[in-house]
Design a protein around this ligand. Sequence first.
Ligand SMILES: [Cu+2]
Length: 112
Amino acid sequence: MKTIIASATLASLLAACSPAPPAVDQSVPAAEAPNAATAAIEGVGVVTAVDPAAGTISLDHEAITAINWPAMTMQFRADDPSILQGLAVGDRVRFELKSARESTIVTAVRKQ
Ligand SMILES: [Cu+2]
């Protein structure tokens, strides 16, 4: 009797464990997949302007291949303005962008 119950249970488990293959959306390039879009991105550059009160910092940054950016000078907004305290024009920094989608927001800026 036990054997019969076990067999029936196994059969129902097998029936339940036949998932369809995961759908792969070929229209979304790897670089724009959700994970890539929300992952933090690092860059390095030199501070060309910083305004902790306004929460903005301009950086002459090197190329950021993760998001296909060439080297350029541009302004970023600090996720938390307090991370800009202690930084000065001319400082060489390593910084972290919030994500590929929110690429003009820096979440960390550290002197090198
Ligand atoms: Cu840029």
